[in-house]
Design a protein around this ligand. Structure first.
Ligand SMILES: C[S@@+](CC[C@H](N)C(=O)[O-])C[C@H]1O[C@@H](n2cnc3c(N)ncnc32)[C@H](O)[C@@H]1O
Length: 266
């Protein structure tokens, strides 16, 4: 953390100040269909994703991330699930494009630190990820000519997969992020409260030998902080018999002090 702040200071005081100011909140009435690229997933999880060859991986929620498509091209057995995978390709495209415009605009005006040091590249990567997902989904999604169950319509906490059927389940930018606004998340409703988080992480833990959750920081307008549910989730995973820990992430969202994922395994 100290090195990250020192690096930022060398790049100018404006950037260094970005790390010290409180985090302005972003509010949404529903979860956004907004996704990351393969390279961003490598940074988020601090994993060499090519090391996943020979394993079965779940991306939940997948959203418009390109992880499934890019991983499948590399020969890795990845399944992505999301409740929006019930939609047609046209509706997914419309929602993905609208959510990119809205999110980027809100991030620019309310909370530029979430776009890291290079907002243009950040926005560009979201479009790349959406295009890659849609291209693959049109072929291999539920209505595609080469449907192969790599895209599954499913929602936490109840997943339609057998016990321990995945070696690894990754869950980014849904848990913690879409907690209620008053609990340092972005959602205007209380749909994804702490009780939901405990059920959802039990659901992920049932289907995978290892689970990873990111991010674990809170979007608190008064100060950078660990998410108020994170310790409770970590303790919950330990209480059901998993080994659980925080692990540093290298994905830059301007919160170096609290930039961790939760990693839990049986
Ligand atoms: C911001 S995207 C995250 C995509 C990807 N994991 C990433 O980090 O780029 C959040 C996704 O959560 C999905 N979602 C909403 N409710 C959900 C639920 N109950 N269980 C699983 N996913 C859900 C949304 O449809 C949306 O696509």
């Amino acid at each position: 953390m100290v090195e990250v702040i020192a690096r930022a200071a060398n790049q100018g005081t404006a950037l260094a100040a970005r790390y010290d100011r409180p985090m302005p909140p972003l509010h949404f009435p529903r979860v956004q269909f907004f996704g990351r690229t393969w390279q961003e997933y490598e940074q988020i999880w601090n994993l060499r994703l090519d090391d996943l060859h020979g394993t079965r991986v779940l991306d939940c929620p997948c959203g418009p991330a390109s992880f499934v498509s890019e991983g499948r091209k590399r020969g890795i057995d990845i399944v992505g699930c999301d409740p929006l995978f019930a939609l047609s390709i046209e509706k997914l495209r419309a929602q993905g494009e609208a959510d990119i415009v809205d999110c980027i605009q809100l991030i620019r005006t309310e909370n530029p630190r979430l776009a890291g040091d290079d907002p243009e590249t950040y926005a560009h990567d979201k479009r790349l990820a959406l295009d890659e997902l849609l291209d693959d989904f049109s072929k291999h999604g539920p209505a595609g000519p080469e449907c192969d169950s790599r895209y599954v319509n499913a929602a936490l906490p109840v997943l339609p997969f057998a016990d321990r059927s995945f070696d690894l389940a990754l869950s980014a930018h849904f848990l913690f992020t879409y907690a209620p606004v008053e609990d340092a998340g972005m959602l205007e409703t209380r749909e994804f409260d702490l009780a939901f988080h405990l059920r959802a992480t039990s659901g992920l833990a049932r289907v995978a030998r290892e689970i990873r959750l990111y991010p674990c920081y809170g979007l608190d307008p008064t100060r950078p902080m660990r998410h108020p549910y994170a310790d409770a989730v970590l303790e919950h995973l330990r209480s059901i018999g998993m080994t659980a820990r925080y692990e540093p992430s290298t994905y830059d969202q301007g919160v170096p002090q609290w930039n961790f994922s939760i990693v839990a395994s049986w």
